[in-house]
Ligand binder design. Structure first.
Ligand code: PHE
Length: 459
């Protein structure tokens, strides 16, 4: 099977596919809000430091495991060490759990893109629109299935014709759209009291007034949680994409480029969203994050821009749709390639089976807002429905466990040289070598441990 394995045709193909995975809803609906809440520039500085240390360590490790073993997570770990199979199993469970509900949210984005494209963006700004849509018995299911099937068709086409060729087109388009909206956002003025540039200050100027050391520690944890989610590690994706990375290409350089792309888009999402929300909804409006920001606050902002708002809204939601699609592709590919590697299935069989399962699971998750509605309190204190339970389990519990295990496995069992040798096998220089070793052995597992403890509501 090894010699038949597909590979990205160039480093650029790999970088854009991995950046496509990394740039997703998290960059757009969570990063700007955390930055605004956590002292503006302070959060940005901490985030960048963590990206260069923690983020770098995690992505290099997973990509190297993939390239070295030429396997997806399920079989990659056991190929390195028999006793580590269970980490591979968990790495495979995570994308399996996330894919269905990620498509569900992709379906919501698709619905909003359609609303703005057909000129009815102002209806989306009305109170109750979002709630009525997600609790509807059919609409969210239909949009979800269309999004899911589109993803499946791309993955069915394979690594080169599907993922790589599409990422090479979509990622540059996405970047142009983000820059365009960000520039527009800075030029906004309302009735003269607040301007886009004032909003930019809220975003950029570090505000540590009244912050204690403990508050700063929480900012570090927020930045770390956000980064961890954003770089698509601990879900089998980077291992799978690494397994398609050419042996003669520079892994370290590519990892830096992925991080740069991901961070630039997250940063620009803030430039795009914060000034606009600040001008039209003030400090109050900036407190909404997650689905509330994307599906409730932003449509109001667009409606206040008048006729132009519909156009900007359409561009915005199409851009988010592209970001969600490339992330969903990476999730499905992670699951499918696990099936292919572990069970010797054809791509066709793996895609069809996983798509059918995901349609069923995501429909159940959709119905969590309708027929199957119930409300539970999660250990981290938040309330939620089926989607939130699955999200909590995968993101807050399983992913930190997987990542801690990976760090301990590499740091202490197979040793960091396994990764370093792989990353330098063409004579490349491993620039942050010492830092990498300290991070993988001590700092990264410790930071991740705090995240996990936080998930249980203990801090
Ligand atoms: N990294 C993506 C983001 O920032 C999230 C993601 C989740 C990507 C699941 C792939 C899979 O939004």
């Amino acid at each position: 099977m090894d010699e038949k394995r597909s590979s990205f045709s160039s480093s650029l193909g790999f970088v854009l596919a991995a950046a496509g995975s990394a740039v997703g809803l998290g960059n757009i609906w969570r990063f700007p809000y955390l930055a605004a809440r956590d002292g503006g520039g302070l959060f940005l500085v901490i985030y960048i430091i963590l990206a260069l240390t923690f983020g770098f360590t995690m992505i290099v490790s997973e990509t190297a495991i993939g390239r070295r073993t030429k396997q997806s997570a399920l079989t990659a770990y056991s190929k390195l060490h028999k006793g580590a199979k269970w980490i591979g199993v968990l790495q495979c469970v995570v994308p399996f759990l996330i894919f269905p509900y990620y498509c569900l949210i992709g379906g919501w984005v698709f619905k909003y893109a359609c609303a703005f494209m057909t000129g009815s963006g102002s209806a989306a700004a009305e109170e109750g629109y979002f709630g009525a849509f997600i609790t509807d018995s059919t609409q969210p299911i239909v949009f979800n299935i269309i999004f899911l099937l589109a993803t499946a068709v791309i993955i069915y086409r394979g690594v080169n014709k599907g993922i790589e060729s599409l990422s090479k087109v979509l990622m540059p388009v996405l970047l142009v759209m983000v820059v365009g909206i960000a520039v527009f956002s800075l030029t906004i003025k309302d009735d003269g009291t607040r301007t886009g540039l004032d909003g930019l200050k809220v975003y950029l100027v570090p505000d540590v007034s009244g912050m204690s050391a403990k508050d700063i520690f929480y900012v570090v944890l927020d930045a770390m949680g956000q980064l961890f989610y954003s770089i698509s590690v601990a879900m089998g994706i980077m291992i799978t994409y690494g397994s398609y990375f050419r042996d003669d290409s520079n892994l370290l350089k590519s990892v830096n480029q992925i991080e740069l792309f991901d961070t630039v888009v997250a940063f620009l999402a803030g430039v795009m969203i914060i000034p606009a929300v600040y001008v039209f909804l003030g400090e109050e409006g900036m407190r909404s994050s997650g689905p509330g920001l994307m599906f409730q606050a932003l449509p109001i902002v667009f409606s206040k821009m008048g006729a132009l708002g519909n156009v900007i809204g359409a561009v915005f939601f199409i851009m988010v749709l592209l970001a969600a699609l490339t992330s969903a592709m990476s999730l499905l590919e992670a699951v499918v390639s696990n099936f292919i590697d572990a069970f010797g299935w054809s791509r066709r069989k793996a895609v069809i089976l996983e798509t059918a399962l995901a349609v069923i699971i995501s429909t159940v998750v959709c119905l969590g807002y309708n027929l199957l509605y119930f409300d539970v309190k999660l250990p981290n204190g938040s309330h939620g429905q089926i989607l939130d339970i699955v999200d909590y389990l995968s993101n807050n519990v399983l992913m930190p466990i997987v990542a801690i295990s990976t760090c301990i496995f590499i740091g202490w069992i197979v040793k960091p040289s396994t990764v370093i040798d792989e990353a330098t096998k063409n004579g490349e220089k491993f620039g942050r070598r010492k830092l990498y070793i300290v991070m993988i052995k001590f700092v990264a597992p410790a930071l991740l441990f705090f995240l996990l403890v936080g998930a249980f509501g203990l801090i």
